[in-house]
Design a protein around this ligand. Sequence first.
Ligand code: C2O
Ligand code: CU
Length: 499
Amino acid sequence: GAAALAIPGCGRLTAERAGAVLTSRLPLPRPFTTTLPVPGVARPADGDTAYALTQQAAQVEIIPGTRTEVWGYDGTFPGPTFDVRSGRPITVAITNKLPVPTATHLHGGVTPPQSDGYPTHLVVSEKHAAHFAPGSHLDHGRLTTGRFVHEYPLDQPAATLWYHDHRMDFTGPQVYRGLAGMFVVRDDVDDALPLPKGDKDIPLLICDRAFEADGSFRYPSADPTLLGRPGVEGPYHQGVEGDVILVNGAPWPELDVEATRYRFRLLNASNARRYELRLDPPPPDGSPFTQIGSDAGLLAAPQGLDRVPLAGAERSDVVIDFGAYPIGTRITLVNSLDTGTAGRVMRFHVARRGTEDSRVPARLADVQPLTPAQAVRRRRFDFRLSGPGEHGSRWTINGRPFDPARALATPRLGSTELWTFTSDFHHPVHVHLGHFQVHRRNGRPPSLADAGWKDTVDVRPYEVVEVLVRFTGYRGRYVLHCHNLEHEDMAMMANFDVV
Ligand code: C2O
Ligand code: CU
């Protein structure tokens, strides 16, 4: 069972009662005083297609003047950005040197089941392997000591994916400590478009954190054996939100830009926080954002957006034209869902003129619209809090907390199904392997921000969201779950078997 996976050394994280937003116990840095970092690009160890990353602890400076211990891929937070090509398979060897087991998932990847980062496919460090008698803890899992080699066929179009930890019951705390990075897939279609390129194509990994007085990350609890006890479950109900917004690991950074177009690959890598991004001031005319891509690839055609809503794990690939602003303008990327410190994300400074060599063409990629007539099955997944019961309140799907032994659906490889998600709260629903198109929201056409191929959709309280999901790639066991990571850890996850 889940509790058996807890091992010593999983942190000095303490259970406590807390409100939904954790407050940092140190003075917050002044916004816009650090320069936006751009994570380094992962280099294949063999100069070709074999990558190797080591999960390890490192001390980094996030809040100026303090040290934060992160658990990062290669000791960095965010991890290195992958920059890889569609149709060119790679391998990624993950060596675990952390005191906890890990499971690495390529979010949005069309990946064989053995490499997908299934929540009980764990890698444990050599040093801590003794805590595990092989086979004894995992009825439906796999335990590898030291290192596991993931195979990523990348038989999928250009898209902004990301990779992060997915260990059962501990994804929240382990991602919070730093186990996340960007994964950019390119292809000839995307390359041929006259979009901003090179240093004007920038990933923005956005997340929130709270800090202890000594600079360490503040997180309420990581011990599932405590969950369900009175007073412990409270902080989890809405997930963990911090009061500091980090972009690429830096608090409220600033980026000097030329007065030209830029492409930003926006990712909400937060555990639980949702964003609605706007530009302040907006450009004098035209849309602040031109969206060109969604979770799983380019849109058919660009669309202007005044705001970009991003629930956990969602991506939006957007172009911002700084040529619309006078030189010297400072433009804040704001989050209009928060009125406090989390209401600001980062700032752009239009520092100088530049040569404009990009544009956004009217057509981007072939996106075949799926229709309900193609769906061979309909299934319904209800995301809701159940209990209190035997184990206290749990977040469940169709009334069941996650059980690695049971599958709730068996879609056929190559088929399209219509899945309906209903909820009692905000749940960003993520399906592994299968990409989908949002068909309807509450019986009506989806909103602009639902466009394109997606792998995560925000299901708002009491909404009914219908998606047409296509299963391509591989047979085997995969999960769907809420991407509010505390909900996921509180068992809001289910298996489906592609048959
Ligand atoms: Cu981004 Cu199953 O996760
Ligand atoms: Cu949820």
